[in-house]
Design a protein around this ligand. Sequence first.
Ligand code: PLP
Length: 397
Amino acid sequence: MSDKKRTPPDFSQLHNETIGVRAGVRRSQFNEHAEALFMTSSFCFDSAEEAAHGFANAEKGFIYSRFTNPTVAMFQDRLAALEGGQACIATSSGMSAIMTTAMAHLSAGDHVVCSRSVFGATIQLFTNILGRFGIETTYVDMADLNSWQQAVKPNTKMFYLETPSNPLTEVADIAAIAKIAKAAGALYVVDNCFCTPALQKPIALGADVVIHSATKYLDGQGRVLGGAIVGTEDFVMGKVFPFVRTSGPTLSAFNAWVVLKGLETLSLRLEKQSQTARDLAIWLEQQPAVERVYHPDLPSHPQHAVAKRQQSMGGPILSFTLKGGQEAAWRVINQTRLLSITANLGDTRTTITHPATTTHVRVSEEARLAAGITPGLVRIAVGLEHLEDIKADLRGL
Ligand SMILES: *Cc1c(COP(=O)(O)O)cnc(C)c1O
């Protein structure tokens, strides 16, 4: 890495758009302008003394790419700056970021309070896997502050939620839940997958840790898997770094380079996608075949006021129910020619899904209906196509 002769900017004073293209850059001795991709498993030393010093200060230099790589470090530093966190560790996927956070922080006998409306694999991880290691999880209604309070036990060590939720875009009051978590002495973890720091900054609202599936909007172009954990220097470097170094759920340099470039367009994409989602939601509310539309920007959304307070925009995801139930929902999906029929989201291409028979099919019918995942529900994750083309493609309405 070359000597820095210029004073670096104070990124905490700069805006998302600027941080997204400028923060975290580390130039090699060649002074390349674009970020370099360091495809190397290990790094060399000039002497035995230097090697010994490197191993004694593993988190500072570059030794072996299981725990330190310059391309990965650039992604970590840029994302930490965007989220307003002190430090970041990248992981191989969003799920490995959640697993790593839990393994770094929890022990047998600990208790977790978790929103019921989180990613399906997150529930499987907490209940079926961490449960085998003596960690118990209580699931609560994310929008009901009392249910968080009432779930607290003397051994509660972690609060976990995702807002807005998938697929109904329910919104949790991040700051209000922070107070309950703090009083309980629990680590407060927020999955910021759907808004990203472009639209919502949980750490400024009181979260201790922000989780990302970089697979979604951080890459934003449907190319690679990745994950990240952002938080305080103490937690991230003191607990997460040693866990990743030892157990290896590491982000590859190549994937880090892809998501690092994704961050450059994050604000542009999220603002545009969120604006199209809001306009589509307003239009859907006027369609006679549509029963109900879920998007945080709609005044009819149950947590509209909270969303306006903590998000700069409603986000790129919306859902709606059709009066004609599953038959009508499948007709709308089957008559599209443009939209991608896939359960994935966070791409430049709009995706359309029938949650009851895909993403939530493993949930019991009773639990599904209780969660509002009715047979007539359709989810759309809006991409970068023109609004009018998306509307026209919903010809089956
Ligand atoms: C996709 C997703 C995850 C898991 O991320 P992977 O990168 O697929 O492992 C976690 N949380 C949310 C909200 C997601 O949408």
